[in-house]
Design a protein around this ligand. Sequence first.
Ligand code: ZN
Length: 278
Amino acid sequence: MTTFGPSLPQTATLAPGVRRLLAPNPSMMTGPGTNTYLFGEREIAVVDPGPAMLRHIDAILDYAGAPIRWILVTHTHPDHSPGVALLEERTGAEVLGRPAPEGPHQDASFRPLRILDDGDALVTDEFRLEAVHTPGHASNHLCYRHEPSNWIVTGDHVIDGSTVVIDPPDGNMRDYLASLGKLRDRQPDALLPGHGDRIDDPRRVIDWIIEHRLEREAKVVAALAGNPGLGTGELVAHVYAEVPAALHGLAERSLLAHLEKLAADGRARLESDRWYPR
Ligand SMILES: [Zn+2]
């Protein structure tokens, strides 16, 4: 399911005042690990300090080379935000983002001092980071548009070389596709994903993701038409025939996200835990 590219260097300067530091948490779900981004040269904003790993927090402090004034997060999954508390303790930086919703796989320890809504911006002498609310992978997901680069930090909304998990109920496929359109409309010059390398052709990649999701949706529609009255678990093999059985649990979450989108679009209905085309 995950096909990330070659491993990333631990640190990278991507542009003046735009740096990336890789957290040491590689896995099937995180690829090479979580990307922590540092913006600014005289005063630093850190985006996504990653998991609560002291080794990584030390690395962020070493690499920053200037006071860290702000900590922002894209969303509150366990590989992106639990490091905030440790970094806040060491720096006294202001924490910005959106609180965790209820539910599993959420970092309830995340407590932003400033809650960011769509369009809110952190403006400093050196740069501007504008929050773009992009629900879909997570309901509280924010991307951040950086100026002057016109690059967008995309967290887990768009990652390099793989598709992201949409896990209902906090994950929502309809929102996810709408948020992709929103991101494309901003016409970024590059994307800085939460996992993997910088994406230099955002439009092509975003269009590919939308196309890929809609192709899968078409398979769901065909499976429903050919096999009305199956439960979500029974439909997995019809829709994800090419996916190894070991990954069917994950695939079932994505399938549910597609089915809920189709139901919201008026193209499927659920009756006594069985799905039917409408
Ligand atoms: Zn995530």
